[in-house]
Write a protein that binds this ligand. Structure first.
Ligand code: NAP
Length: 324
C-alpha cells in the first residue's frame, strides 16, 4: 500500500488543475524533466519560478553543453529546452510557487494566483551562488564578475584573475583558471583554507596562483568591464586597489529550498536529501539538479538528473494506485 494512501486526501480543486506531475523550476533539470514526462504522456505542468530558464539566463555563451560545437548563448539554450518541453504537451506557467502541501494527496502547489494538484511533484528549483553583497557586484555580473569558472573561465584568457573564497570550490576553480589567466590571486578572509588538503597542495604548488590572506573585497570598479577591485586587510583595516580583468566569487551556493523547509528532509546546508535515486523523504516527491546536487552543478548534469527524475516519476506513477 502506498504511503500516500494513508495521507489525507481532499476534494479535487478543479480537474483542469490536476496534473500527473508538477515540476517546480525551469532550469535544465526542470525543462528536461518536462520533455521526458510529457513525451511519456504524463499530464505535466512546469511552474517556472521568478527567473524562467534559471541561472543560464544570466550567463553569456555556453561552450560545454554537448551538441553545440560552436557554443550557444545561455538564454537561447533555455528557450530551446522550453520549446522542446512544450512540443510534447508540457504546460508552462511563469509564476512563483509560494506554498507546498505534501501532507494532502494529491499534493497541492500554490502560486501567487492559483493552486494546482500533482499526483507527483518534482523539485527542480536549483541553487543560487552566494553573493558578496558589495558595491559593483551586481553591475559587473556577466561583465567580469562570474560565479562559475567552468562556465566562464575560457573568456578570461591572458587576464589577471581574482578568486574569492577558501573552500574546495574556490581552490578548484582557481586551479582551473590558471589554464586561462595570466595569474590567479586567491583572496581569502582567513589565513588558512578550509579546502581539502589535496586541493590545497595542488594550489600551493601552482606557480600561477598567489594567495592574499586575511583580505576581503570591498568594491568592484570598471567601465564597460571590470577593471579593478578594492581589497581590505581585516587585521590592519588598510585597503589597496588591485587591477583585475576577472573576479570569480566562490563563496558557496545556497539551494533554493526555503519553501520546502518543514515539508521534507533537507540537509544541514538546506539541500534536498535524496533517499533512493531521485526520491526525496516524501513518497511521490522527487528532486533533480542543483537543489540536491552541490557537487557537480553543471547544466548538463542538471539536465541528466531531470531525465532520471522524470523516468523515476513515470515508474512510480505506473506502480501506484490512486484515489481520486
Ligand atoms: P564552502 O565550503 O562553504 O566554502 C566557502 C568559502 O567561502 C569559505 O572559505 C568561506 O570562508 C568563504 N566565504 C563565505 N562567505 C564569504 C564572504 N561573504 N566573503 C568572503 N568569503 C566568504 O563552499 P564550496 O567551496 O562551494 O563547497 C561547498 C561544498 O561542495 C563543500 O562541501 C565542498 O567540500 C564541496 N565541493 C567539493 C569539491 C570536490 O570534492 N572536488 C569541489 C567543490 C565543492 P570561511 O572559510 O572563512 O568560512
Amino acid at each position: 500500500m502506498s504511503k500516500n494512501s494513508n495521507q489525507d486526501s481532499h476534494d479535487t480543486l478543479d480537474v483542469k488543475n490536476l496534473y500527473d506531475v508538477i515540476i517546480i523550476g525551469s532550469g535544465p533539470a526542470g525543462y528536461t524533466a518536462g520533455v521526458y514526462s510529457s513525451r511519456a504522456k504524463l499530464k505535466t505542468l512546469i511552474i517556472s519560478g521568478s527567473l524562467p530558464g534559471g541561472q543560464l539566463m544570466t550567463t553569456s555563451e555556453v561552450e560545454n553543453y554537448p551538441g553545440f560545437p560552436n557554443g550557444i548563448f545561455g538564454p537561447e539554450l533555455m528557450m530551446n529546452m522550453r520549446q522542446q518541453a512544450e512540443r510534447f504537451g508540457t504546460t508552462i506557467i511563469d509564476d512563483e510557487v509560494l506554498k507546498v502541501d505534501f501532507k494532502k494527496y494529491p499534493f497541492i502547489i500554490s502560486t501567487h494566483s492559483e493552486s494546482y494538484e500533482g499526483k507527483a511533484v518534482l523539485l527542480c528549483t536549483g541553487a543560487s551562488p552566494r553573493k558578496l553583497g558589495i558595491f559593483g557586484e551586481q553591475d559587473f555580473a556577466g561583465r567580469g564578475v562570474s560565479y562559475c569558472a567552468t562556465c566562464d573561465g575560457p573568456f578570461f584568457k591572458g587576464e589577471e584573475i581574482a578568486v574569492i573564497g577558501g573552500g574546495d570550490t574556490a581552490i578548484e576553480e582557481a586551479t582551473f583558471l590558471t589554464k586561462f589567466g595570466k595569474s590567479v590571486k586567491i583572496i581569502h578572509r582567513r589565513d588558512f583554507l578550509r579546502a581539502s588538503k589535496i586541493l590545497q597542495e595542488k594550489a600551493f604548488e601552482n606557480s600561477k596562483i598567489q594567495f592574499i590572506w586575511n583580505h576581503v573585497v570591498i568594491k568592484i570598479s570598471g567601465n564597460k568591464k571590470i577593471e579593478s577591485i578594492d581589497i581590505k586587510d581585516i587585521s590592519t583595516g588598510k585597503s589597496q586597489n588591485l587591477a583585475v580583468g576577472g573576479l570569480f566569487v566562490a563563496i558557496g551556493h545556497e539551494p533554493n529550498t526555503s519553501i520546502f523547509k518543514d515539508h521534507l528532509e533537507l540537509d544541514e546546508r538546506g539541500y534536498v536529501v535524496l533517499k533512493e535515486n531521485t526520491r526525496t523523504s516524501v513518497e511521490g516527491v522527487f528532486a533533480a539538479g542543483d537543489v540536491h546536487d552541490y557537487r557537480y552543478r553543471q547544466a548538463i548534469t542538471a539536465a541528466g538528473f531531470g531525465c532520471m527524475a522524470a523516468l523515476d516519476v513515470e515508474k512510480w506513477l505506473s506502480e501506484k494506485k490512486f484515489r481520486k
